[in-house]
Design a protein around this ligand. Structure first.
Ligand code: ADP
Ligand code: MG
Length: 600
């Protein structure tokens, strides 16, 4: 019941349509009521089943006939006509109410999906660390669909069937309240199992949802990581994992099917018991002259018509419960506040020179293990700083903090003396250009990928940037030039080409602070040479952080910070550090044995 109110509250957002639904539904109930009462004159008057000495009751149809001045002789023509009108009316208003309710469902769902997407896209990086992509996808697709089903179909059914049931109740009590009461004494016989069925369906339905999300997740991982699966020849393993997940889904689906298939015949059987009982009592009532055969006909028709609404109500109830369960899961996502966001006092970062300072910065991704300890360093405007260290030392983490993808646990990071936590995220990130190892490119044209974030830029500007990034040559080599589609995550390009596009993007952004995170890793020497040229263009007059494995890049840096297990352990230029005979020297010997021989 609680769920139905929750869903109903949701539909209240569409007051006008909801009102129209209720309005039309009232007519559906009204026509149902009239329909039931039509049986009586059809049997009593047309078929002349009524005994002449029947006690005079006030009946709905007698009242109607009197007002329409229809005599008993005209009934043979009038009754079929009235029947047609009533059935048409019922159908017409059913159509309208159903349409209005469906449109409410679609409107609500559009809003929920939009809200959720808006919420998600502003979430901070730790949020995405904690929830698998497949799960988010299933929230936005199948969960939202479930809500739509619940509102469009089930909520509409619910309102309509409830109204109809109400009308039918009134009808049977008016026809013969004693017979009606007698029928209700054994009604629980049918209602209790119905409730049990619906509870089971809800439980299993929820379980099914969770299992589907798991399948989604597996799909997502293996489709996007298809190459890795192949490279490690893990097909069999992944297939096994997938089969296990689908088997588990299949098992709960079977249970659902079992309950679903059983519920209808079982309910029918219960209805049969009820029907037999009414027949026995009803025949007695007719024999005693309390009601006519026609009254009993109407009564039976009403009971018969109740069957569908009750069944639909229980089904609607299931779907509503499912829909609400999905809604709650979505609400839970919506309720998650982004860890990193602007506060009321945030102000835009003014024009900066690009001095960066880390003061006693500590950080951990999760409480269990600190990743950065007491990081201190200072960078002057326009300087190039190289971060070196073993993989996993915390280099990427340091620059993640600078862009505020994550928030430092303690300590302070300043740009031109301004604490980055005090300024708006948009203004901060617009001053930082990022060229990373996992270049994020979108399935769009080359032009739009370069101008991402500056949609209104002219093609000339884009070409200029591409030329500076040494990307123009290969782009013009494509048949469609700048309009070439680059595929999902740029998979139709080579990694060197992707990196040059990312550099062109950074050139176009023209930020005072630039971060190159292994931007030149895994390149052949020709691409490397071109990219070095491109980078030289890009790094001019900017504060630049480079995380690189290439000695040439590192040696050109004004200063090198050596990071070891989350600490800055050494700092200085190449010569100074080599003299020191510390970690840098070891790293250098380890990483560049062959280059060392060439270098003086
Ligand atoms: P580097 O860039 O120097 O190779 P990172 O800064 O990426 O290293 O990683 C530093 C440490 O933090 C590693 O031990 C890594 O396992 C951990 N780490 C990196 N990213 C995350 C994350 N999103 N959640 C939890 N731990 C992370
Ligand atoms: Mg890294």
């Amino acid at each position: 019941m609680k769920e139905i109110f929750q869903l109903f509250k949701l539909t209240l957002r569409e007051k006008r349509r909801l009102f129209l639904t209720f309005f039309c539904t009232t007519f559906v109930a009204f026509f149902t009521y009239v329909f039931v009462n039509l049986i009586q004159p059809i049997m009593d008057d047309m078929f002349q089943l009524a005994p002449q000495d029947m006690p005079q009751k006030t009946r709905l149809m007698d009242f109607v006939f009197q007002n329409l001045n229809i005599t008993k002789e005209q009934l043979a023509v009038a009754l079929p006509l009235i029947l047609l009108v009533v059935i048409f009316g019922k159908g017409f208003f059913t159509f309208l109410s159903s349409f209005f309710m469906r449109s409410i469902g679609h409107k609500i769902v559009k809003k929920i999906r939009d809200d959720l997407y808006e919420r998600l896209i502003y979430q901070s990086a730790d949020f995405y660390d904690s929830i698998p992509t497949g799960e988010l996808m299933s929230r936005l697709t199948s969960d939202v669909d479930k809500i739509q089903e619940a509102v469009s179909g089930s909520m509409g059914d619910f309102i309509r069937e409830l109204f109809t049931l109400f009308a039918l109740f009134i009808a049977i009590f008016f026809i013969d309240w004693r017979l009606a009461l007698a029928s209700f004494i054994i009604a629980p016989l049918a209602l209790v199992p119905l409730m049990a069925f619906s509870r089971q369906l809800k439980k299993k339905g929820l379980l099914n949802q969770i299992k589907m999300a798991k399948i989604f997740n597996l799909l997502h991982e293996t489709i996007t990581g298809n190459k890795i699966v192949k490279a490690f020849t893990m097909e069999k393993f992944e297939i096994k994992k997938f089969f296990k997940a689908t088997l588990s889904y299949f098992k709960t689906s079977l249970k659902l099917a079992w309950i679903g298939s059983l519920s209808s015949p079982f309910m029918e059987f219960m209805g049969g018991i009820l029907g037999a009982f009414i027949l026995v009592v009803g025949t007695k009532r007719i024999a005693q002259g309390h009601i006519s055969a026609g009254d009993f006909g109407s009564f039976l028709m009403a009971i018969f018509l109740m069957y569908n609404p009750i069944k639909r109500l229980s089904r609607a109830n299931n779907r509503i419960q499912q829909g609400v369960a999905c809604y709650e899961r979505i609400q839970e996502l919506m309720g998650r506040e982004s860890q990193i966001k602007d506060h009321p006092k945030s102000y835009p970062l003014p024009a900066i020179k690009g001095a960066v300072k880390f003061e006693n910065v500590y950080f951990s991704y999760n409480e269990s293990r600190p990743v950065l300890y007491d990081v201190n360093f200072e960078v002057k405007p326009g300087e190039t700083i190289a971060l070196v260290g073993l993989s996993g030392a915390g280099k990427t983490t340091i620059i993640n903090l600078l862009s505020r993808f994550y928030e430092s646990t303690s300590g302070r990071i300043t740009i031109d003396g301004i604490d980055i936590r005090e300024v708006t995220l948009v203004s901060l990130r617009s001053r930082i250009g990022l060229v990373t190892q996992d270049l994020i490119l979108f399935n769009d044209s080359v032009k739009n990928n370069i101008s991402y974030g500056h949609e209104d830029l002219s093609l000339d500007k884009v070409i200029e940037a591409a030329k500076a990034a040494k990307a123009d040559d290969f782009i013009m080599g494509f048949p469609k030039g700048y309009e070439t589609q680059i595929g999902e995550k740029g998979k139709l390009l080579s990694s060197g080409q992707r990196q040059r596009l990312a550099i062109a993007r950074a050139i176009l952004k023209d930020p005072p602070i630039l971060i190159l995170d292994e931007a030149t890793s895994a390149l052949d020497s020709e691409s490397e040479r071109l990219i070095q040229l491109a980078l030289k263009n890009l790094m001019k007059d900017r504060t630049t952080f480079v995380i690189a494995h290439r000695l040439s890049t590192i040696m050109k840096a004004d200063r090198i910070l050596v990071i070891d297990r989350g600490r800055v352990v050494e700092s200085g230029n190449h010569k100074e550090l080599c003299k020191k005979d510390g970690i840098y020297k070891k790293l250098y010997e380890l990483q560049f044995p062959e280059e060392k021989e060439i270098e003086p």
